[in-house]
Design a protein around this ligand. Structure first.
Ligand SMILES: [Zn+2]
Length: 241
């Protein structure tokens, strides 16, 4: 069923209060999913530090529980941490109760490891069903999707990845990358060139923020996020999203 793989899903516009596709103007948003990973996450942090660049890491609860010091390091270095589920199981056909438990379990693992109360949420594969939508409304957490998907989990030369991540990128775009999995080495190699290419276009790579002010605007047309003043300015079947 092809509609299951639509991104953003066609009906998302009806729920733009809860489904964020674009970030605020004034930045572009590198997001890294599926970590923390003991083989690669620290190297991403080093790379980002050398680039003087903050990003957003959507973490898996089971990996946070296994590698709490890595999650803590991500928080300590100023990056935003979001929830990407506990096990990376798709939420598409799950009940709101199931999704709610998955989110809370992950949020709790992140809090225990870092002291951060994560308020941003990205469903595995970006797949959202009725149960997930009900759950996120009950919990008051927005789903953060993306506008730029360079498919960094697929085998690809770094130069091609750089092009896919930057060529059509505009202010407010959210870029989906991974700091764990089979594409992570390529992503790591491409990262300095991605950041450089974005800056050459006059774009400013920054992190998402822990508080998102939701406003009803159709995905892809307007900013749905706003930085939190409290925080200041400071990511199988169908692929490895
Ligand atoms: Zn993922």
């Amino acid at each position: 069923m092809s509609f299951l793989n639509e991104h953003p899903p066609r009906w998302a516009a009806k729920f733009s209060e809860w489904i964020v596709v674009r970030g605020p103007a004034g930045g572009v948003y590198l997001t890294f999913d599926d970590g923390p990973d003991p083989d690669t996450t620290l190297r991403f942090l080093d790379q980002l530090a050398s680039l003087d660049c903050l990003a957003t890491f959507f973490m898996l609860g089971e990996k946070v529980a296994k590698h709490p010091s890595l999650a803590r390091r991500v928080a300590e270095t100023g990056h935003t941490i979001g929830i990407h589920g506990y096990t990376h199981e798709s939420w598409l056909l799950k009940s709101s109760e199931w999704v709610g438990k998955e989110i809370e379990r992950t949020r709790s693992a992140i809090f225990d490891a870092t002291g951060v109360n994560a308020t941003l949420c990205r469903p595995p594969y970006g797949r959202i069903g009725p149960g997930a939508l009900k759950s996120v409304r009950e919990l008051g957490l927005p789903f953060i999707l993306w506008t730029i998907c360079p498919d960094d989990w697929k085998p690809t030369p770094p130069a091609d990845l750089v092009l896919r991540a930057t060529e059509k990128t505009h202010d407010g775009d959210i870029i989906l990358l991974h700091d764990s999995g089979r594409g992570a080495e390529t992503t790591l190699a491409a990262l300095p060139y991605i950041v450089s290419a974005l800056r050459d276009k006059g774009l400013k790579p920054i992190s998402l923020f822990t508080t998102v002010i939701l406003n009803p605007s159709p995905p892809g047309t307007q900013s749905n996020c706003h930085p939190s003043s409290a925080m200041g300015e400071e990511s199988r079947s169908g692929g490895a999203l």
